[in-house]
Design a protein around this ligand. Structure first.
Ligand code: ADP
Ligand code: MG
Length: 597
């Protein structure tokens, strides 16, 4: 299709928004354009973490010389014509905004040649102003060179993170696209160094290895399922392989990388009770469905989508992942050898085996386990796996997610642990981890009800932070204020704390602020709620009672009571256990009472 200006009717229906906020967003938009152009080779060069240069060269169909200038104007696209088209988009782009936006905040040069043209054409755009198109010799395809990004928007420049972070964002973005398009060869040059190169041979697992390392890639489990026009393929981590945040949860829908809350929850539900609280799987999942069934035009960076049949999609994802997971997780200690395996074993097991008596050797002997899914895998296999899976699910439940019974406090040892008795044995409780959990759940509950009681400090406290930290803190001020703190900037790198949540009464304000900025991961998850939970967890950790702190018996008792009423009392918000349980049974065995009676 030729590039055309969208009618104002269509363009007004597009969820507009600035799409260029960092070098990685330039890489994203240009890579998507190359993929839309059917490129088989995409080479990305960056210099100075993308600030000085982002260049993307492809061998796609190119842009005709006569359309070059239009390509760089706002709302000019070859990918859609009428507003109706918005409802069945098959391309990654459709808004006709990217080139215009990028050109307005950089020195951009587009060089392109279509197959049938003898010569290529080149257009320079400087801060939004186009020069005349010139003819140049060029290979078939398109090269977009973006220099001096944000040279004319110093405010944006100031918000860029460290070079390492910006580089990492680019690498992880491109690697994910490489995973989604394993038939395309991707290459990243960072200065003179090649930081990523894929073969384009279609093998996703080898790309996984460049993302996570060979060890992790080996362990990832394959998912392959289809149902009612939807297919789900890709990889999920076994329950033994987790991360403390959701950053490694990757979903693609129809070839588009999305951060879709509903898919994340479907996934997490599939893992429910199998993971410790606060631990998250790694996934690279690719969901495909008819373009009509998913609306991609709801979010400025197209990171969120809307499904026509939300529930159906949710349940499909949840069931398919769960199936794959349980099929691969009969006994937690076994890690199936999956490296390079695609095949279904030649001899499917027979139905009706009592899997519960299977030994580890048998499991590993089965070697290559098949992909489990709605298609392809023998039913017999699936049935066998389910039975064993359920038992491991039950174990998981017992270990991680149940509450605690009423406990009778016995005392404190080493000013660090509480000792308590329950109907089923002895409990040793880590007072710090327990208090963290208690504070965290209370704070989050108050936050949910939008009523975090706050208490003014008698004398406001002045806190001075290193420059980098105070920059980070400035970005977190909103969070603080929503969470019952009253903090304001008070001169360079200095902050004044006037009030704290009542929950933290007596805690040190400077500790709280420092907790927010220390090892702050700069590209935190885009899910606001989750960022908040994580920040809250960090503050709670800092302000919780420490190990080595003697507690009065009143304090001990109330900590225990509070812990009992927590939803997930057995782990701290960071996933560490809060308690060790010595069962009566275990005690009896240790003392040799079993059988003696
Ligand atoms: P969109 O991708 O939403 O259409 P862009 O501003 O990203 O908008 O691109 C505008 C147009 O320029 C595209 O519709 C496409 O026709 C053309 N174009 C951009 N990049 C390329 C490329 N790498 N190869 C071929 N055509 C391209
Ligand atoms: Mg585009």
């Amino acid at each position: 299709m030729p590039i055309r200006l969208l009618s104002s009717e269509v363009s007004s229906q597009i969820a507009a928004g600035e799409v260029v906020e960092r070098p990685a967003s330039v890489v994203k938009e240009l890579t998507e354009n190359s993929l839309d152009a059917g490129a088989k080779n995409i080479s990305i060069s960056i210099e100075d973490a993308g600030r000085a240069l982002v260049e993307i060269a492809d061998d796609g169909h190119g842009i005709p010389a006569g359309e070059l200038e239009l390509a760089a104007s706002r709302h000019a696209t070859s990918k859609l014509v009428q507003s109706d088209d918005l409802f069945h988009i098959r391309t990654l782009g459709f808004r006709g905004e990217a080139l215009a936006s990028i050109g307005s905040v950089s020195h951009m040069t587009i060089t392109s040649r279509i197959e049938s043209a003898k010569e290529g054409a080149r257009l320079r755009v400087n801060g939004g102003k186009s020069e005349k198109v010139e003819k140049v010799g060029a290979p078939k395809g398109t090269v977009v060179r973006v220099e001096n990004l944000f040279y004319n928007v110093p405010a944006r420049l100031k918000f860029l993170k460290t070079d390492t972070t910006e580089r990492r964002a680019i690498d992880s973005l491109v690697t994910r696209y490489a995973l989604a398009y394993p038939q395309v060869r991707f290459k990243i040059m960072d200065g003179r160094q090649v930081t990523l190169q894929t073969s384009g041979d279609g093998d996703r697992r080898s790309i996984l290895a460049s993302l996570y390392g060979v060890e992790v890639a080996k362990q990832m489990l394959e998912v392959m399922a289809s149902e009612e026009g939807m297919t789900l393929t890709g990889f999920i981590s076994p329950v033994s392989l987790t991360r403390s945040n959701r950053k490694e949860i990757t979903f693609f829908i129809n070839g588009r990388w999305v951060q879709e809350i509903s898919l994340n929850s479907a996934l997490l539900q599939a893992y429910h009770t199998l993971l410790m609280v606060g631990r998250y799987p790694l996934t690279a999942l690719f969901l495909d469905m008819a373009p009509e069934d998913v609306d991609v035009n709801v979010h400025p960076t197209k990171a969120e989508v809307r499904f026509r049949a939300q529930d159906k999609v949710f349940s499909f994802v949840q069931r398919s992942v769960r199936k794959a997971l349980l099929a691969y997780t009969p006994v937690p200690s076994v890690s199936p050898q999956l490296w390079g395996s695609r095949s279904v074993p030649s001899e499917p097991r027979t139905v009706g085996i009592d899997w519960s008596i299977a030994h580890d050797e048998e499991l590993s002997a089965s070697g290559e386990r098949p992909s489990v899914g709605g298609d392809g895998s023998p039913d017999t296999n699936y049935q066998v796996s389910v039975g064993s899976g359920q038992s491991s699910q039950a174990e998981g439940q017992k270990a991680f997610s149940t509450g605690v019974p009423l406990l009778r406090l016995i005392g404190q040892i080493g000013a660090t642990y509480l000792v308590a008795e329950g109907p089923d044995g002895l409990y040793l409780i880590d007072q710090h981890a327990a208090h963290e959990r208690v504070l965290f759940e209370k704070l989050m509950a108050q936050h949910e009800h939008k009523s975090i009681p706050s208490q003014s400090l008698l004398a406001p406290e002045i806190v001075t932070l290193p420059p980098q930290s105070s920059k980070t803190l400035l970005e977190q001020l909103q969070f603080l204020n929503r969470f019952g703190f009253e903090v304001e900037e008070f001169g360079t790198n200095t902050f004044q704390v006037r009030a704290m949540p009542t929950l933290f009464a007596g805690g040190s304000p400077s500790m709280a602020l420092k907790a927010l900025v220390e090892d702050f991961e700069e590209d935190e998850s885009p899910l606001q709620a989750e960022v908040e939970a994580r920040l809250a967890a960090r503050v709670c950790k800092r302000l919780a009672v420490k190990a080595g702190q003697a507690l009065t018996s009143e304090e001990q008792r109330s900590l225990l009571n509070d812990l009992e009423s927590c939803q997930s009392p057995r782990t701290c918000p960071h996933g560490r256990p809060t308690m060790i349980h010595l069962t009566v049974d275990m005690l009896e065995r240790q003392f040799g009472r079993r059988g003696a009676r």
